[in-house]
Ligand binder design. Structure first.
Ligand SMILES: *[C@@H]1O[C@H](CO)[C@@H](O)[C@H](O)[C@H]1NC(C)=O
Ligand SMILES: *[C@@H]1O[C@H](CO)[C@@H](O)[C@H](O)[C@H]1NC(C)=O
Ligand SMILES: *[C@@H]1O[C@H](CO)[C@@H](O)[C@H](O)[C@H]1NC(C)=O
Ligand SMILES: *[C@@H]1O[C@H](CO)[C@@H](O)[C@H](O)[C@H]1NC(C)=O
Ligand SMILES: *[C@@H]1O[C@H](CO)[C@@H](O)[C@H](O)[C@H]1NC(C)=O
Length: 453
């Protein structure tokens, strides 16, 4: 019995070595990788070269059958140094994630040649230089690559367009400036916050599989290419912070799967096309900081899934439409326009339900006149209300005390008069109450001490 056990203990290591000579490639690869980096917080202390089996090491996962390393996830380990050659020994690696460390140097073009690598995330490091052309030359299995938040320069390599299995690239927050034309057959492209300039390629809409496109915070210009109208599968289109110009095309209404459209901070002019009402899945619409004119099209009332509407800082005119309060929005920002008439919303009973989800209402810097609706208190979930810089008059309604969740209330720069109602003490969440530049008289009610700040 004792003899059997000893024999067993003796034989197991010998057998596993002789049966599977490649087994220790994983250990060797990881140890070589570890030797080439700095690990100031000793996160990799469990990586011991004496081990036969790395499958219990921190950040390492193995295939339970073969015991080969399939995943290496070392996000936020404060590691620095170079991403060394050791990793090239991990022949069965599928997921490599080294996000949020301090790795420096260039990207090793051979990494992608690991036969079965599917996901590479090197985001939030300090990698520099060009994205090597070789990286995408052998990428049969690669599905998703993120090099976001590094210091990569130059162009998106041409070879990327040959990676037929690749679905998502995230190169956001680098210093890339060329090569948008090399992005095809992807479902998600994130190039936010780089240095791309000039016009979008006219055939950009050829990426028919595209679901998410983010070119925000670059220096792109010109009209939106008409080929974009073919992106019928697109759910998220973000072009914020460029110099796109011309009118918002009416074919935008053909992108029926859009849930998120952000065209803010560009140079768009003209009216909001009424076809926007065909985007019935839209949840978030931001057109702020352009030079859009005219009114909000009535058809927008059909965007029944809309939660966030931001058309602030444009040149919109006309009435503050009442349908806007019937849609169950969570956030409405219309500030910095020329909207006029009164700020009446439809009668309480009909809309109270849909107003109950409203958290942010910014109508500041418009031309609104009339009184603050006496039942303003129905906005019971409101966190932020800014109606400053309008021409509102009359007194502050006592129902303001029903705004129990409101943290910021800016009524400044209007023509309000009368006293601050003592009911204000009911607004128990208030952190900031701004009433300056009005004609409010009397003392600050003592009840205000009930407010949290
Ligand atoms: C990178 O290194 C700097 C200083 O060496 C340190 O302050 C910072 O926290 C590190 N960042 C990460 C993500 O480890
Ligand atoms: C990133 O690398 C540069 C040199 O390439 C260095 O000066 C800088 O401190 C590094 N940043 C971090 C956070 O390690
Ligand atoms: C891209 O990377 C950035 C930075 O790591 C991250 O915040 C963002 O969610 C990523 N976007 C996509 C679409 O993966
Ligand atoms: C919405 O689409 C239909 C066709 O699907 C079209 O007839 C209609 O004019 C569009 N509505 C708007 C407001 O463009
Ligand atoms: C309210 O809006 C005005 C004008 O748009 C702005 O200057 C002010 O900072 C806003 N108030 C708060 C508390 O954000």
């Amino acid at each position: 019995m004792l003899f059997d056990l000893c024999l067993f203990l003796l034989l197991v290591p010998v057998f596993s070595k002789s049966l599977d000579p490649t087994f220790n490639d994983d250990v060797l690869g990881l140890i070589v990788f570890k030797a080439g980096l700095q690990d100031p917080e000793s996160k990799l202390a469990s990586w011991n070269e004496e081990d036969e089996n790395p499958c219990n090491w921190v950040g390492v996962k193995c295939d339970p059958k073969t015991q080969r390393v399939t995943e290496l996830v070392l996000d936020g380990f404060s590691l620095s140094g170079h991403i060394g050659h050791g990793l090239l020994r991990l022949q069965f690696l599928q997921i490599l994630s080294l996000s949020n460390n301090n790795f420096t140097g260039t990207i090793n073009p051979d990494l992608s040649q690991l036969g079965v690598l599917q996901v590479v995330d090197l985001s939030q490091n300090n990698l520099s230089g060009l994205i090597p052309d070789g990286f995408f030359k052998q990428c049969e299995s690669l599905r998703s690559v993120s090099f976001a938040r590094n210091k990569l320069t130059g162009q998106i390599p041409e070879s990327l367009s040959w990676c037929t299995s690749l679905a998502a690239v995230n190169f956001s927050s680098n210093q890339l400036s060329e090569g948008i034309t090399n992005l095809y057959d992807l479902t998600a492209i994130n190039l936010q916050n780089n240095r791309f300039s000039g016009q979008l390629p006219v055939d950009i809409g050829g990426c028919l599989l595209l679901k998410m496109l983010d070119f925000s915070e670059n220096s792109l210009s010109g009209d939106l290419p008409e080929s974009l109208r073919r992106l019928r599968s697109c759910t998220s289109l973000r072009l914020r912070g460029n110099s796109f110009a011309g009118e918002i095309p009416s074919w935008i209404g053909e992108l029926k799967n859009l849930e998120s459209l952000d065209l803010s901070t560009n140079e768009f002019v003209g009216r909001i096309p009424s076809s926007i009402g065909n985007l019935t899945l839209l949840k978030e619409l931001s057109l702020s900081r352009n030079r859009i004119t005219g009114g909000l099209p009535q058809s927008m009332a059909y965007c029944l899934n809309l939660l966030v509407l931001d058309v602030s800082q444009n040149e919109l005119t006309g009435n503050l439409p009442s349908w806007i309060f019937k849609m169950g929005l969570k956030s409405i920002s219309l500030s910095g326009n020329g909207l006029s008439k009164s700020m009446q919303y439809p009668s309480v009973t009909s809309v109270a339900a849909s107003l109950q989800g409203l958290k942010v209402l910014d109508l500041s810097s418009n031309d609104l006149s009339g009184e603050i609706p006496s039942d303003i208190g129905v906005l019971s979930s409101l966190l932020f209300l800014n109606i400053s810089r309008n021409r509102l008059f009359g007194s502050i309604p006592s129902s303001i005390g029903d705004l129990k969740m409101t943290q910021v209330l800016d009524l400044s720069d209007n023509k309000l008069n009368g006293r601050i109602p003592s009911e204000i003490g009911g607004a128990v969440s208030l952190v900031e109450l701004i009433l300056e530049k009005n004609c409010i008289t009397g003392n600050i009610p003592t009840q205000i001490k009930n407010c949290s700040s």
